[in-house]
Design a protein around this ligand. Structure first.
Ligand code: HEM
Length: 410
């Protein structure tokens, strides 16, 4: 489809159909050129600003005074997923000074050193996941590999026993569906159910007193005499189920797809695993799995020559910003040799910058190290299936074949 002649004023780019075959690169390029801060009409008769340039996305992300996460939430509907009043307890929905206080405490439990200590645990998860498929010589990469690795890590961090992972998976699937549901509050019940379960897990771990567990590290974290209460830890675990799971899954699945479409680059990683960390940065940029987040203007302001009114919704299109020709040469080319691609996949660079970026990078790196060394001659063997969403770039299905190999675990 050519998008050169379409009238940009009539396009609702938040509609999932624009993403049915992947990213509409040409359309975003036109928006960045012709209407970088564009009023986007929505089906209910209202509208929102769509911001597509790298520079403008950074500016919004850094100006939390003018562009609030708390006022009307981070999705288009304030009550999408959860009622706003409940969601406001989540870090993602906070503004300073409340956000600053919580973030400083939480950061203490997510240091690079903590992530380093988790590396053996991640590798064991990845090994177990590959062991389950390696002898068969075929699998659905999205379902059999990209799902269990981050899910296993998130549940392990929370202290959820492995036998409860299927139940936890069902909950996270319901939360994911709520992000693109037509009706608001679609995840209220599942969050309540999950809260009761997480509460019990937290109580048990407090009883066990393992200082290395995330619960105990969060309980010990203190900034200027402030500490998290146990209910606040519970709420944070609820956020992790949402923020740390599908995001990493979708990056791994889409990243593998990008490599399968560029077999010569995949081969380079097989031959020289030291290239994997740089490849991860390009995968993050190229897959841009969180395509956008919303902010709400707290006052009248001007952006890109447009007058934004107090209360207007403003969508930062991370997925477009990561393909901005101003910062990335030939942006639609997948190239693992780029030097530190300046992507917005973990956010615009402001205060909400992904807290789990270090952990996500470690999970992705270790996954690719093991996959490239164990799943020999991996190839796509059937049609992929995409998640019908404008917000999440997800893969539901990615069939692959490879040369069968031995299990490594017991
Ligand atoms: C490739 C995987 C991931 C991607 C693409 C991703 C992306 C993002 C994005 C776009 C934001 C919002 C940034 C902003 O508004 O400026 C965010 C925030 C956040 N992420 Fe991630 N994320 C990933 C993995 C993780 C993991 C593994 C965890 C934790 C285990 C995590 C925890 C969080 C938290 C707690 C926040 C809220 C930070 C705040 O509001 O201050 N994320 N992430």
């Amino acid at each position: 489809m050519t998008t050169d002649t379409l009238d940009l004023t009539d396009i609702d780019i938040t509609d999932a159909t624009w993403f049915a075959d992947g990213m509409p690169y040409e359309l975003f390029a036109r928006m960045r050129r012709e209407a970088p801060v564009r009023w986007n009409k929505l089906p209910d008769g209202t509208g929102c600003w769509c911001v597509t340039r790298h520079e403008d996305v950074s500016a919004i992300s850094r100006d939390t005074e003018t562009f609030s996460s708390n006022k009307a939430g981070i999705f288009l509907h304030p009550d999408q997923v959860l009622p706003l009043d409940l969601a406001r307890n989540l870090l993602l929905y906070m503004d300073p000074p409340q956000h600053t206080k919580y973030r400083l405490i939480l950061q203490k439990a997510f240091t690079p050193n903590t992530v380093k200590k988790l590396e053996d645990i991640i590798r064991a998860r990845v090994t177990k996941t590959l062991d389950a498929v390696v002898e068969a010589g075929e699998c659905d990469f999205a379902h059999d590999i990209a799902v269990p690795i981050p899910l296993g890590m998130i549940t392990q961090l929370m202290g959820v026993p492995d036998e409860d992972i299927p139940q936890f998976y069902a909950w996270t699937e319901q939360i994911e569906a709520a992000q693109r549901a037509d009706e608001p509050n679609a995840a209220s019940n599942v969050f309540m159910e999950m809260a009761g379960y997480i509460h019990a897990q937290i109580e048990r771990q407090i009883g066990e007193g393992n200082e290395e567990s995330l619960v105990m590290r969060l309980r010990a974290a203190e900034v200027e005499g402030e500490q998290l209460t146990d209910p606040e830890i519970l709420v944070f675990f609820g956020l992790l189920a949402f923020a740390g799971n599908d995001t990493t899954r979708n990056t791994l699945a889409n990243g593998m797809h990008a490599l399968l479409e560029h077999p010569e680059q995949l081969q380079e990683l097989v031959d020289d695993p030291s290239l994997i960390p740089a490849a991860i940065e390009e995968i993050l940029r190229y897959t841009s799995v969180v395509r956008w987040f919303n902010r709400t203007a707290t006052k009248d302001t001007e952006l890109g020559g447009q007058q934004i009114k107090e209360g207007d919704r403003v969508i930062m299109w991370y997925a477009s910003a990561s393909f901005d020709e101003e910062v990335t040469e030939d942006p639609t080319r997948f190239d693992i040799h780029r030097d530190k691609p300046d992507h917005k996949t973990f956010g615009g660079g402001g205060r909400h910058f992904c807290l789990g970026a270090g952990l996500a990078r470690a999970e992705l790196r270790i996954s690719l190290e093991e996959i490239t060394s164990r799943l020999k001659d991996i190839k796509q063997s059937g049609d992929l299936e995409r998640l019908p969403s404008s917000w999440a770039n997800g893969l539901v299905k990615l069939p692959v074949t490879f040369t069968p190999g031995p299990k490594l675990g017991e």
